[in-house]
Design a protein around this ligand. Sequence first.
Ligand code: FDA
Length: 396
Amino acid sequence: MPATIKTDVVIMGAGAAGMMAAIEAGRRGRSVVVIDHAKAPGEKIRISGGGRCNFTNLHCTPANFISGNRHFAISALKSFTQHDFIDRVKARGISYHEKTLGQLFCDGSAREIIAMLTDDIRDTGGRLQLSAEILEVRQAEGGFSVKTSAGTWQGQSLVVATGGKSIPKMGATGFGYDIARQFGHAVTDTRAGLVPFTWASNMHDSWGGLSGVSLDVRAVCNGAAFDEAMLFTHRGISGPAMLQISSYWREGESVEIDLAPGTDLAALLKTERGRRPKVSVWTVLAEVLPKRLTQQLGQAAGDRISRLADLSNAAIDEIVAEIHSFSLVPGGTEGYRTAEVTLGGVDTADINQKTMQSRLVPGLYFVGEVMDVTGHLGGHNFQWAWSSGAAAGRSV
Ligand code: FDA
């Protein structure tokens, strides 16, 4: 085992947030080591956005984040904005495009973002120590000591950037929460966010058959609403609208889904009743909704009269209400296995919002997903990693 190496800053976790903290600290002349148990840095960046990394969002604001303290993210997001990160991407010559709703993706590969970050770490004199198992973290004279399978580092500042629990197959653990508790920090309840829903057992047989059907919907739960696409899968429902609303949903609750947002189905059916009285209501609905979905809705309606001519205004309104506010109680979610993020985490109450420094232990910092700050889908989680990482890097 090599002797203890002294450095200014020890960063645990070579993900988006840890690498950004390293770069900003290195630019200030601080000596930095970034320690990770993985073989490669930025593994989640590599797999993100289908391999193209949705690295930020043009419209990112504090309203795109969920946290016990909804004001916490404001300062860091303002100090290092999406435009600051875009400037770096441009300066590096990485070409990118807006896919939808302000979401920026690399034209080529997410690996370009990782290469930019690792080159910046190297150019600012930082060191990346990969494949290192962290064995012990403790306060030492003048700072912190981190003992790993690859050596022991002693630093004045310690940055916890080990992310959340999502995708355990990639090595995600609750390590950062354990370290937070070790130093007296509270950790709020964690759960899977941005995650597909699974069917309740009584829905699986009938609704599972719609796998592959997608449509634009409005999903509503606990005061949040998202207008995006929804996708039926064998296991349940997914797609951006469902991933977004999953972050607001709790076990046992229903999600209200408008299957035809912005379309006045009642007016449509009443008009068509005059024009095509013999036609079935489901036939007309299949002209504005996916056919397989209307077949399923028709089956779920059972023996109910379906010929337009036989439907009163009240009966039409009843059918339409079920489509505009389709109420679904999911059986659950796919959990951390496929979740993009972990909701909850290190309580922000004891963290300085400008610097990410602990209010309890001077020199200790938390950045990125390990904290109780979770972004919406669409590049906001990486923006939080860049902004919180930069805030800490400028303070350590
Ligand atoms: P992150 O998890 O990236 O990094 C933590 C690092 O700590 C890892 O390198 C890990 O190996 C290391 N570590 C953990 N425990 C350790 C231990 N005990 N010892 C040593 N090292 C340890 N967001 C977005 O904005 N746009 C997108 O396109 C996507 N896409 C996406 C796809 C998928 C499949 C997932 C799972 C997630 C996304 N996300 C996303 C979310 C985004 O990836 C996530 O919010 C950030 O990576 C969080 O960055 P952090 O640096 O905080 O953690």
